[in-house]
Design a protein around this ligand. Structure first.
Ligand SMILES: Nc1ncnc2c1ncn2[C@@H]1O[C@H](COP(=O)(O)OP(=O)(O)O)[C@@H](O)[C@H]1O
Ligand SMILES: N[C@@H](CCC(=O)OP(=O)(O)O)C(=O)O
Length: 377
């Protein structure tokens, strides 16, 4: 279903239409057949759309799923494998096919693509994050289109992104994209199951109120993808919070989406552009522990953007070390911020709850410095 154009375009749609650097994420269900092999016709159609946009001057980064699904038929498997080892074997075969298909298809449009396979370590570890950012930006500067996927063949269960929607949001920030487009097998976000006739399209998400009453599932209908609509909504939340508007629609409507037509669901950016360090802290880094704060400390770090002092800490969890990322939770237990802790977990029990003047000079530094802190909702 296509939304009817009424009046002037929304700020989100204007921003998406004007964006010069765009991350486009396409799901497995849009690239593979039900039997589990690459659907060359649909892949070529998407490449044609992206090539037209690239020729018109847009800088595109493609985040493409489909490795596991594309490996199903060549390996004679009966469906999407459930165990990690077979998923990795399927991804190994499928990623090769996917990369070859993209390189061949883009070459017909005289475009060069560069494969970038990322693991969570590449974004969770700060030094790797900077490295991934440099590679992606260099590829763009050289006029090549990065084609990104998770490095499924080496990612273990514990360290997987698991779904490429979140990966796309992280990549969108990494490359300073001005918009992110999520392409799936459904033309928009619906307020209920899209197969249900009573469900209707949510054309625009500008505030939490637009999501009230919207029910999403974490499984798709194709059985080929991962994460379902829930992971797309979460990825949109991450991108929006970093100042990046998002459009969610089907691969068939990609050309219209990139042209700024009134298709799909547009999510307005909610936050200002976050610095790389703050974005990494908020969304990419994995926390090694948790500090519990009293009400006064929550107000100081969240509202007044002050450093966290030992006096406001009431407890801690985890075996973290100084320099690790930890979550900061308020009295209700809800996480209100994340930050880089300055002390090892073993040092803190003697300090917490005490005012700076009660502490020896070498222990008067902040527990989390304001520059290393980011509030989360
Ligand atoms: N509220 C909703 N609106 C739209 N789609 C939904 C909703 N809830 C669940 N879905 C399902 O999410 C699916 C897309 O997720 P998924 O299969 O993971 O896609 P992809 O492979 O493109 O990443 C749709 O096909 C649809 O069945
Ligand atoms: N990295 C996996 C993709 C996982 C994934 O998120 O799939 P999808 O929900 O189709 O975007 C693959 O290439 O098969």
């Amino acid at each position: 279903m296509v939304n009817s154009a009424v009046g002037e375009k929304s700020p989100a749609r204007k921003a998406i239409a004007a964006a010069q650097r765009v991350v486009v994420k396409v799901g497995s269900s849009s690239l593979t057949t039900a039997e589990g092999g690459l659907d060359h016709e649909r892949l070529d159609a998407l490449v044609g759309t992206l090539a037209t946009q690239a020729e018109a001057g847009k800088q595109l980064v493609l985040v493409s799923s489909g490795a596991i699904a594309a490996g199903i038929a060549p390996l004679g498997l009966r469906g999407r494998p459930r165990d990690l080892a077979t998923q990795q074997a399927a991804a190994s075969v499928g990623q090769q096919a996917l990369a070859h298909a993209y390189a061949t298809s883009f070459a017909r449009h005289h475009l060069t693509v560069g494969q970038v396979l990322l693991t969570t370590d590449d974004v969770v570890r700060r030094s790797h994050y900077r490295n991934a950012r440099r590679t992606l930006k260099r590829l763009l500067a050289l006029g090549a289109m990065p084609v990104v996927n998770e490095n499924d063949t080496v990612a273990t269960a514990e360290i997987r992104f698991g779904d490429n929607d979140r990966l796309a949001a992280l990549v969108a920030h990494l490359v300073s994209a001005e918009a992110m487009i999520l392409l799936s097998d459904v033309d928009a976000l619906y307020d209920g199951d899209p197969r249900n006739e009573d469900s209707s399209v949510v054309p625009e998400v500008t505030s939490a109120a637009d999501m009230a009453g919207v029910s999403v599932t974490s499984t798709g209908t194709s059985g080929l993808g991962t994460g379902g609509m829930a992971s797309k909504v979460e990825a949109a939340r991450v991108a929006r919070s970093a100042g990046i508007p998002v459009l969610l629609t089907s691969a068939e409507l990609a050309a219209r989406a990139l042209d700024g037509a009134d298709v799909g669901t547009a999510f307005e950016a909610t936050g200002a552009h976050l610095s790389a360090r703050r974005f990494w802290l908020a969304h990419a880094a994995s926390a090694r522990g948790r500090l519990h704060l009293d009400e006064g400390a929550v107000a100081a770090v969240v509202k007044r953007r002050r450093s966290l002092l030992a006096a406001g800490v009431t407890g801690l969890e985890g075996a973290f070390e100084g320099g690790d990322v930890v979550e900061l939770a308020g009295p209700s237990g809800a996480v209100v911020a994340r930050g880089v802790v300055a002390y090892d977990a073993g040092e803190l029990p003697d300090l917490i709850g005490r005012s700076s003047h009660e502490l020896p000079p070498e222990q008067r530094r902040e527990v989390v410095h304001a520059d290393d802190l980011v509030a989360v909702r």
